[in-house]
Design a binder for this molecule. Structure first.
Ligand code: ADP
Length: 471
């Protein structure tokens, strides 16, 4: 039992005994006479006062205990209960001390949070549900170049009356103009601040200055647009120049051919043939440059018309057969039975790719031969119930030529890329054939790749997306 309770009980008990002694002793009763009633009332009053005081004291202790348990549930960094507290005889004083310590702790916590908020370079602002600002940090006040108390009470600039602000953080970017003329891009993260009962108390907006990033993005965009404009200008220039060069070259090729049919000495004939072959080589270079510049500037349209793919491949092989025979190379073609007779695509462009690849294969092969293989993967009808089905055609051009070193394979499909410029000089070429083929494959929904081993040969594969009418 607590000392205080014991003391109250002893006192009450003492008063009771005194009262019993008084009223049981006849002599005392007679001596006191009517004063007996006064003493009786006094003793009863004193006992009631004592009991009321005790009850009030207990109620106070109970209240403080509940405060105690509430504060204990809040994890505040407070000092542990000291020995002095345990030895504290008065519970009320003990609790009061604890509350005082807690208040100090809370002040420390508040000071440290305030420090964090104030040291933030980000703009922090709190506002009520009518948009009126209740708090801004130093960074916000500095950014708007105003005193804090001037800003508090004003409307938050991005408050939209009636617009629901999500519980989850919501982010948006905006450009702010300040009274000193500065313009900053700020990324705001906004959310509702709720109490324990999930009732919205206030809203909070945290703004991060992203002006530098925005300026860098804008500079990048400008640079990209400038680069694109320069690229377009380059392609247009190439197209105009190539076109202008064609006319005189046509004349060189045409007149040298005519001259070759006249009576000439052996030396003259050799020189005229050289003029003619140089003219033809120049014509090819110009055609390639024109082709690539058109492809790069997106001016090439792909046709979609039916044509017999087998005879297309056979024609090209027949065209190269004399050339292959002249250098003792075999040239075979094999079109798989899965390939439809007629496909819808751009025959001219497919011929162009095959010409490039078969021409290269013959050019870079000294022994053995070249083979052309075509296969097909038939797909779904282009729409439900339709007789027309999509198909992917696969082409493989294999040779047993000089091959390409592995480190050169990656850069092969780049403009003007040639593995060995000295050998290419001997064999001729512009370094544009593969990049043109790649661009055409891309346009026809396909791709191109190469496998090669030095000294063993190369295989160029490409695919295109097409469709065909089912028989
Ligand atoms: P080019 O007009 O020079 O042949 P391409 O773009 O068609 O231009 O080819 C680029 C280079 O790739 C060639 O110069 C050559 O070095 C290499 N190359 C292409 N095809 C083959 C092949 N079948 N075998 C070996 N090297 C090849």
């Amino acid at each position: 039992m607590k000392r205080k309770t014991l003391f109250v009980l002893i006192l009450a008990f003492g008063l009771l005994i005194a009262w019993i002694l008084i009223i049981t002793d006849e002599q005392v009763r007679d001596k006191l006479g009517p004063t007996l009633y006064i003493i009786g009332f006094a003793i009863t009053g004193a006992m009631l006062l004592l009991l009321a005081g005790y009850v009030w004291d207990q109620a106070l202790v109970k209240t403080l205990r509940s405060i105690h348990s509430t504060t204990d549930s809040i994890k505040i960094e407070s000092q542990p209960m000291g020995a002095d507290e345990e030895s504290d005889s008065d519970e009320i004083i003990g609790l009061a001390r604890k509350i005082e310590r807690m208040a100090r702790s809370l002040q420390q916590v508040e000071a440290s949070y305030k420090g964090i908020v104030e040291d933030q370079p980000d703009l922090i602002c709190r506002y009520k549900n009518d948009g009126k600002i209740t708090f801004v940090n130093g960074a916000y006040a500095r950014a708007v170049n105003r005193k804090r108390n001037e800003v508090v009470g004003e409307d938050f600039p991005y408050f939209a009356p009636g617009a629901a602000i999500a519980d989850e953080p919501y982010t948006f970017e905006s450009e702010m103009t300040f009274n000193d003329g500065r313009r900053l891009w700020i990324r705001w993260t906004q959310r509702a601040i709720k109490d324990d009962e999930r009732t919205t108390m206030e809203y909070q907006a945290v703004g991060h200055d992203i002006t530098e990033r925005k300026e860098a993005e804008a500079a990048l965009l400008r640079a990209k647009e400038a680069a694109e404009a320069a690229d377009r200008a380059k392609s247009e220039f190439l197209a105009i120049v190539s076109h202008e060069l064609r006319t005189p070259i046509n004349a060189i090729v045409g007149f040298s051919k005519m001259l070759g049919s006249t009576t000439l000495t052996l030396d003259q004939r050799e020189q005229v043939e050289m003029i003619n072959s140089s003219g033809l080589a120049l014509e090819k270079i110009i055609a390639d440059i024109l082709n690539l510049s058109k492809l790069e500037s997106g001016k090439v349209d792909i046709e979609h018309a039916p044509f017999p793919i087998r005879s297309c491949v056979q024609d090209i092989c027949a065209f190269y057969a004399p050339k292959a025979r002249s250098v003792a190379l075999a040239l075979d073609s094999k079109v798989d039975s899965s390939v439809p007779e007629i496909v819808n695509s751009d025959e001219g462009r497919i011929r162009q790719i095959l010409n490039n690849l078969i021409g290269n294969a013959l050019k870079f092969t000294e022994r053995g031969g070249v083979s052309v293989e075509v296969s097909c993967a038939r797909g779904e009808p282009i729409e439900p119930g339709s007789h027309r089905r999509v198909a992917r055609l696969f082409f493989a051009i294999k040779d047993s030529g000089i091959g390409i070193p592995p480190e050169k394979l990656d850069g092969l499909f780049q403009p003007f890329s040639q593995v060995d410029t000295s050998s290419t000089r001997r064999r001729g070429g512009t370094g544009l054939g593969l990049i043109i083929s790649k661009r055409l494959c891309d346009l026809m929904g396909g791709s191109i790749s190469v496998e090669s081993r030095v000294g063993e040969g190369s295989t160029f594969r490409f695919s295109i997306l097409t469709d065909f009418e089912e028989a």
